[in-house]
Design a protein around this ligand. Structure first.
Ligand code: NDP
Length: 326
């Protein structure tokens, strides 16, 4: 071991991150994020946590139970499951894994969009079921990508990578964030509803959490219109799924492509029965290549913190936390 520092790994974590943490530190594993599982030894020794982010929600009780805790290194760019604001007020650094997954997630989003609009999964199912021979060609798709007006809800790192790809497809791009992005020429809309009213294809890639909870509701879906397509690769919590199932059933919008759901791995009732929903099991970043890069960044943040006193990728809420503060 290069360091006597003790790192806690609660619950499942990418094997490469586990291997690297184990090599560089003294590692203790427990079954899940649960204050009841913290032994006296853990409470006494643990200075860092490596965690699978959204898989292992972490609230104030867990953070406060570890008096020597300095840093929580989370796997994934979305960290809405970790109370980072609370961590910040306690002088605990929180890090995530931005950038290394951006291009992969943007690639997957474009694939999901094409699958949703051109019905490719259903066309393949048609072939595999022998219907090409039996019934002839798969029906022409009523929807096309041609001429679509794309609205990006969350023009951040990933949103911008999606926009660049779709610009190359010859499609128009507009967006909504809380603030306009400097140096970006795409038209900005000050509200989500205004964006939805001005496009027919809404791509959601905002973070989860209270500020975006069920913000894609019946009125937003209705504003998209009958040719409307919703793609969600951000967080499932952002969409009102009762309203979505209704809108997909009654033709308020045409189709939806979803990679994320509010209570994974459960999928909201009604969605799996709908032919105009393309459903993926949260795979946007899930290649060996990209998940390895994310695992390395989880370990690298811990190594940088305990060797140089600096985190590589602090989240905004804890950007001002410095080593030795606690
Ligand atoms: P960024 O922080 O770079 O981008 C987030 C964007 O959302 C910013 O432009 C921000 O702009 C905007 N935004 C945030 N909150 C709001 C709000 N309340 N209303 C309107 N706009 C808002 O993050 P990334 O692009 O790196 O990642 C985005 C999200 O994608 C992650 O948080 C994660 O949830 C999700 N994700 C999903 C994956 C999957 O596997 N499906 C993989 C990777 C990421 P502003 O601050 O101006 O509002």
């Amino acid at each position: 071991k290069t360091s006597p520092v003790t790192i806690l790994v609660p619950g499942r974590l990418h094997p490469r991150a586990v291997e690297r943490v184990d090599k560089a530190f003294r590692m203790i594993r427990i079954e899940r994020v649960d204050p009841a599982l913290l032994t006296d030894e853990i409470r006494r020794d643990v200075r860092g946590i490596a965690t699978a982010g959204f898989l292992e929600p972490m609230g104030p009780a867990f953070i406060d139970a570890l008096p020597k805790l300095e840093i929580v290194s989370a796997f994934g760019v979305g960290y809405d499951s970790i109370d980072a604001r609370h961590a910040g007020t306690r002088g605990v650094m929180v890090t995530n894994t931005p950038d290394v997954l951006t291009e992969e997630v943007a690639d997957t989003t474009v694939g999901l969009l094409i699958n949703t609009v051109r019905e490719l999964p259903r066309a393949e199912a048609w072939l595999r079921a022998g219907r090409w021979q039996r019934d002839g060609n798969y029906p022409l798709t009523p929807a096309t990508l041609r001429g679509r007006r794309i609205g990006i809800f969350g023009l951040g790192r990933i949103g911008l990578a999606i926009a660049r790809r779709l610009e190359a497809f010859g499609l128009s791009i507009a967006y909504h964030n809380r603030r306009p992005v400097q140096g970006v020429a795409y038209p900005y809309h000050g509200t989500l509803l205004e964006l939805a009213a001005n496009v027919d294809t809404l791509i959601c890639v905002v973070p989860g959490g209270a500020a975006t909870q069920k913000i894609i509701d019946a009125s937003v879906l209705s504003a998209l219109g009958a040719d409307g397509v919703l793609i969600n690769v951000g967080r499932g919590s952002t969409v009102d799924h009762d309203a979505l199932v209704q809108a997909l059933s009654d033709g308020t919008i045409r189709a939806a492509g979803l990679d994320v759901f509010p209570d994974e791995p459960n999928v909201p009732a009604g969605l799996t029965d709908l032919p105009n929903a393309v459903l993926l099991p949260h795979v946007a970043s899930a290649s060996v290549h990209t998940r390895n890069a994310m695992a390395d960044l989880v370990a690298d943040n811990l190594v940088a913190w305990f060797s140089e006193g600096k985190a590589l990728t602090p989240v905004a809420e804890t950007a001002k936390v410095v080593a030795g503060q606690r």
